[in-house]
Design a protein around this ligand. Structure first.
Ligand SMILES: C[S@@+](CC[C@H](N)C(=O)[O-])C[C@H]1O[C@@H](n2cnc3c(N)ncnc32)[C@H](O)[C@@H]1O
Length: 212
């Protein structure tokens, strides 16, 4: 088992605030969701791919009060630390490919935040392809990833990902991810991008599935 799970368990009831503090050393999730809302002010049906233990989901449920939100992850711990209303939020342990087979076109906003560096690179093309299948026509897909920019933040991030999660992480550059999106959504599909504090390594890009 990776040591991260053991370390986190040692914090007992303080696990959630410690996890939030630790995450804030890398990315400001409040700013990330605020940026998202400038692109997509309202949504009815949101899918978060690779939702982890629910830190972003918790921000989304407050930012999108009219939305039903589904968080999926390959870990059975999906949503474990989520604290918020459960009537609009659903967590499932499943892949985007399986959900795409069940519910094509079901979501008007799909997010994937800080996941691709945990996914083997030969599987990257499937991420936007599945998202495109899951999006309703006119819907928006937003990808936020940690970018390979060599600075102190990157050293901290790579160390913590490798040591705490035990994953064989590999980081790419923003242009690589934009290329992935354009191959699934079409040339020129990347409509906007932003960088989220506190590090320049936090690009977030959005693209739209064309309306039918
Ligand atoms: C760094 S965490 C990010 C969690 C969440 N998106 C957030 O920003 O708080 C990366 C997550 O990606 C998940 N993950 C890795 N490979 C995945 C895949 N193929 N499909 C879905 N989730 C995956 C991991 O289980 C982990 O929960």
């Amino acid at each position: 088992m990776p040591i991260g799970a053991t370390v986190r368990r040692l914090f007992g009831p303080f696990e959630r605030p410690v996890a939030d503090f630790y995450r804030g050393c890398f990315v400001d999730l409040d700013r990330q969701v605020a940026q998202l809302r400038t692109w997509v002010p309202d949504a009815r049906s949101i899918l978060e791919i690779g939702c982890g233990e629910g830190a972003v989901t918790q921000k989304l449920v407050a930012a999108y009060p009219h939305a039903q939100i589904t968080g999926i992850d390959i870990t059975p711990r999906a949503g474990r630390l989520f604290q918020g209303p459960r009537d609009r939020v659903d967590f499932k342990c499943m892949t985007a490919a399986d959900l795409a087979a069940e519910r094509p076109g079901a979501y008007d906003l799909i997010l994937i935040f800080d996941v691709p560096h945990h996914v083997p690179w030969n599987l990257h093309e499937a991420i936007p392809a599945d998202a495109r299948t899951l999006l309703a026509p006119g819907g928006t897909f937003v990808l936020k990833e940690w970018e390979l920019i060599r600075n102190v933040g990157h050293v901290m991030c790579e160390f913590s990902d490798r040591v705490l999660t035990g994953d064989d992480v590999r980081f790419g550059e923003k242009a690589y991810f934009e290329g992935l999106l354009e191959r699934s959504f079409g040339a020129g599909a990347v409509a906007a991008s932003a960088r989220i504090r506190p590090w320049p390594n936090n690009p977030m890009v959005q693209c739209r599935r064309q309306a039918a």
